[in-house]
Design a protein around this ligand. Structure first.
Ligand code: NAD
Length: 419
């Protein structure tokens, strides 16, 4: 049984997951040595002039786990809990994710240990520009392309692009993805993760013979990924009966008008108090009887203590690592069909790839073109994972890891080793 990212040291767990998948695949020892560890790890201390006029230093990282299949690709996280080990684990995760959806990128990740909620916009801009200058030798459209992650956004990407372009002397939009549209961002990037979740959930329903229309859906975390997945499932005739965010949760057994809930949250900053809803506590929400549960908040949402109470038939991991290893095992035993994160939420990096392609070509696609291409990529990846699941008689998570690792291993075998 392969494990999800857990309470334990994330990097140790990522290495352990790698070994389990590599053993199951009977991967040669030499190849393991070549693809298991990060290729490059950079730690920087960035001095930043704060609003007080005093200088404060922040520790920050950029890790390239693999560039076997193409330039590094991965987001930048601003969070007080960012550690080098976490960034190494997330970079490794990106390697397998990009390989699962078969896009020509390796895996990378970056992070700054800071509390963005306690920083002003000016301080965030200073941190971002100084961080960009510090990691500049590693990044670039042909080397490593950052994107937004937790507590970074399109504005952060615009600052990175600007700093990088200033130093190089000409505009280079392809250095980051998740940019504002006016700076070379892609149509459809904002909703890409939720859309990818929708496509994989739809495929799982077809597989299980569960009609999406009329199915009951519960969404934990009503942010970018969760709200868009909910909106698309609602549009396909599913009843989204409960959603929540950090401010609280709402329940309606007949299902919500999701565009109205999104509009309500935009106006009030919360889903709580939506007309016609009953309040619901986080633990009750996860235990609701439903067809599809979408954890779309943070890591470890379903754990040893609450996994037994989950009553969903399908769990679509919109978040990264929402199940602890124990929860994963419990749900597998219960026969829940789990769509693992490196497949389920790969729509975001897939449209990031489309953005990079459009930037390099200076030719932009319309939204429907982006959606059609994304749908093809997600459906193909789902079927590729499914085939391994059937052929090797393993769980979906194991199959996804085996697919990703197998593709990177194949790349390394063909490229060979510089003596
Ligand atoms: P977001 O900040 O837009 O939304 C997160 C939501 O979760 C917010 O509504 C927040 O209130 C809610 N939340 C946080 N803790 C919660 C809790 N304990 N209970 C209930 N709700 C809670 O973030 P996002 O971009 O939607 O990312 C969500 C998850 O999806 C993360 O794990 C992220 O790594 C993953 N993901 C996102 C993308 C993307 O492109 N947005 C891509 C891949 C993976």
């Amino acid at each position: 049984m392969l494990a999800a990212i857990a309470e334990r040291n994330a990097y140790e767990l990522a290495l352990e997951n790698f070994d389990i998948a590599a053993d199951a695949m009977e991967l040669e020892g030499d190849i393991r040595e070549m693809i298991k560890f990060p290729e490059r790890v950079l730690t920087v201390n960035i001095p930043v002039k704060m609003e007080t006029g005093r200088v404060k230093h922040f520790e920050a990282y950029r890790v390239q786990h693999s560039t076997v299949r193409g330039p590094g690709k991965g987001g930048i996280r601003y969070h007080p809990n960012v550690t080098l080990d976490e960034v190494k684990a997330l970079a490794m995760w990106m390697t397998w994710k990009c390989a699962v959806v078969n896009i020509p990128f390796g895996g990378a990740k970056g992070g700054v240990t800071c509390n963005p909620k306690a920083l002003s916009q000016v301080e965030l801009e200073h941190i971002t520009r100084r961080y960009t200058a510090a990691i500049l030798p590693l990044i670039g459209p042909e080397q490593d392309i950052p994107a937004p992650d937790v507590y970074t956004n399109s504005q952060t990407m615009a600052w990175i692009m600007d700093t990088y372009s200033m130093i190089k002397g000409y505009p280079i939009p392809g250095v980051v993805t998740g940019k504002p549209i006016c700076l070379g961002g892609s149509l459809g990037r904002n909703e890409a993760t939720g859309r990818g979740v929708f496509y994989t959930v739809r495929s799982a329903c077809e597989l299980l013979g569960l009609p999406l229309k009329g199915s009951k859906v519960v969404v934990q975390g009503f942010g970018n990924a969760g709200s868009i997945a909910a909106q698309l499932l609602h549009g396909a005739g599913a009843f989204v009966i409960a959603v929540n965010d950090t401010t609280g949760g709402i329940y309606n057994s007949r299902g919500f008008d999701i565009p109205a809930v999104i509009a309500f949250k935009e106006q009030t900053g919360s889903v709580v108090g939506f007309p016609g809803s009953e309040p619901i506590k986080p633990e009750q929400l996860l235990a609701l009887e439903c067809d599809i549960l979408i954890p779309a908040a943070l890591e470890n949402a379903v754990h040893e203590d609450n996994a037994h109470r989950v009553r969903a038939k399908i769990v679509g991991e919109a978040a990264n690592g929402p199940l602890t290893p124990t929860a994963d095992a419990i749900l597998e035993d219960k026969g829940v069909f789990i769509i693992p994160d490196i497949l389920c939420n790969a729509g975001g990096v897939t449209v990031s790839y489309f953005e990079w392609v459009q930037d390099l070509q200076h030719l932009f696609w319309d939204a429907q073109d982006v959606y059609n291409r994304l749908e093809r990529v997600m459906n193909t990846a789902f079927n590729d994972v499914l085939k391994i699941r059937k052929d090797r008689k393993v769980a979906m998570r194991a199959a996804a890891n085996m697919l990703g690792i197998g593709r990177v291993a194949e790349g390394v075998r063909i490229r060979g080793l510089y003596p």
